[in-house]
Unconditional design. Structure first.
Length: 434
């Protein structure tokens, strides 16, 4: 294949669609319509906050990792042990411990349970088939743009467009008043809900798969890979913004018509049933199945590639099937159990990832202060873990409520800024020579 330094416009769009398909899974479908249903007339500021954490941060994460030359390089600026620990934790979070099992559990709840019930053996059988199919496709990461970019990604967008158009043409209700915390702090509440998509963590790790797709199209030089990866990130981000905006609008219009819905999935299911009748459940089940399968394929592929690089004694095929098997076992626990565990874990990991990306984007300046990275990340990690323990485990920690922006869910932000300032200042303190 002829070596190139940049992609054609068509190939860039295909790789961007591939990245979008890898990002767009269960949480991306559930949270935007729930945002619209809860925020009502304040959907726009709530969507702005959601877009910051669920689109802006992942796109910047893709850029930061591409500029650094990989997550291990970016995290290595903090320290060797941190790089190993954080990278492993990130891959396990988006991999077999949380995100991958969630794809099977969510798609089962939406595509199978409404029609065939939720028996334990049926759930296990569905999960087995789901992971066998996903793993078989994930074994060829360089081919993902041909599958996700050409087939399942466009099909998912077409189904979502049909639901959105039908809702806008025949709105079931009009936006109501914002509820609960959405009425008081819609921007902050939207920002926190963006964590649940897990896309920033995923963005730090998807670079391996995107680079494989770029190389399969003839881009071999490092500069070309960085440009191609960043361009794919921006294309995926624009598609996500259009989809999130549509789903939030649908939620705002449909929310008051389905007040008993427990989450965004309930809003979408009720809307699809009202618009399309019996076929509505089939349409929504197809949307969730395709979205979850796309994400599962991407996650299995990037996790397998990373661990194969870390431990080449086990083949890529072996790692992919190992993670598929582990995810199958955890998925049997059900969606509610997975979501209960994931929330506090993400509360602890996300702030560290945000700070790492911010420092990576400012590396030209941060590199001049060697202690800026480790001190800032360490301080952020301590406060994010304490905040996660308080919110997730119900442990009362004295003094946390006094932190600036605590009520907005950003109690870690000021300590992070102070940590960056302290690390920078300490870097320029003269050291005594022995």
């Amino acid at each position: 294949m002829e070596e190139r330094t940049r992609l054609t416009r068509r190939d860039s769009v295909l790789v961007g669609l591939t990245l979008f398909s890898m990002f767009f899974g269960a949480g991306n479908l559930i949270f935007p319509p729930w945002l619209g249903a809860q925020a009502g007339r304040l959907t726009l500021p709530a969507l702005a906050g959601f877009a910051l954490s669920a689109i802006g941060l992942p796109v910047l994460g893709v850029a930061a990792v591409a500029m650094a030359g990989g997550l291990s390089v970016l995290a290595g600026r903090v320290g060797r042990r941190f790089a190993v620990g954080f990278t492993l934790l990130s891959y396990l979070a988006i991999g077999p411990c949380l995100a991958i099992p969630r794809t099977a559990s969510t798609s089962f709840e939406m595509a199978v349970r409404p029609f065939a019930g939720g028996g334990a053996w049926l759930r296990a059988g569905y999960s087995l088939v789901f992971f066998v199919v996903a793993a078989a496709i994930a074994l060829r990461p360089e081919k993902l743009s041909g599958i996700l970019g050409r087939i399942t990604g466009p099909l998912l967008l077409a189904l979502l467009a049909a639901i959105t158009a039908a809702c806008l043409l025949h709105p079931p209700a009009s936006p109501g008043m914002a509820l609960g915390a959405w009425a008081d702090q819609p921007l902050a509440e939207g920002f926190r809900n963006g964590y649940q998509t897990m896309d920033l963590i995923a963005a730090l790790n998807f670079g391996i798969v995107i680079a494989a797709n770029l190389r399969s199209r003839g881009v071999q030089d490092e500069a070309g890979l960085v440009r191609g990866t960043m361009r794919a990130g921006w294309i995926a981000g624009l598609i996500l913004l259009a989809v999130y905006g549509s789903l939030a609008a649908v939620g705002a219009l449909a929310g008051p018509a389905f007040p008993n819905a427990a989450n965004g999935a309930g809003v979408l299911t009720g809307l699809a049933g009202q618009l399309f009748g019996t076929a509505g459940g089939v349409v929504m089940g197809s949307v969730f199945l395709i979205a979850c399968l796309n994400t599962c394929i991407g996650l299995l592929s990037c996790c397998g590639a990373y661990f194969h690089e870390l431990c080449p004694r086990v083949s890529l095929r072996g790692w992919v099937w190992l993670f598929a098997a582990a995810s199958f076992v955890l998925s049997i626990a059900g969606l509610d159990a997975i979501l209960t565990v994931s929330a506090p874990v993400l509360e602890a990991i996300y702030p560290v990832a945000i700070v790492l990306v911010a420092l990576g984007l400012c590396h030209r300046w941060a590199a001049r202060a060697p202690l800026c990275y480790p001190v800032c990340v360490a301080v952020t990690g301590v406060f994010s873990v304490l905040l996660a323990l308080e919110s997730g485990a119900g442990i009362t920690i004295p003094g946390l409520h006094a932190l600036p922006l605590y009520g907005a869910g950003l109690g870690w932000l000021v300590p992070a800024l102070l940590g960056a300032a302290a690390g920078t200042a300490a870097s320029f303190v003269p050291r005594k020579r022995n």
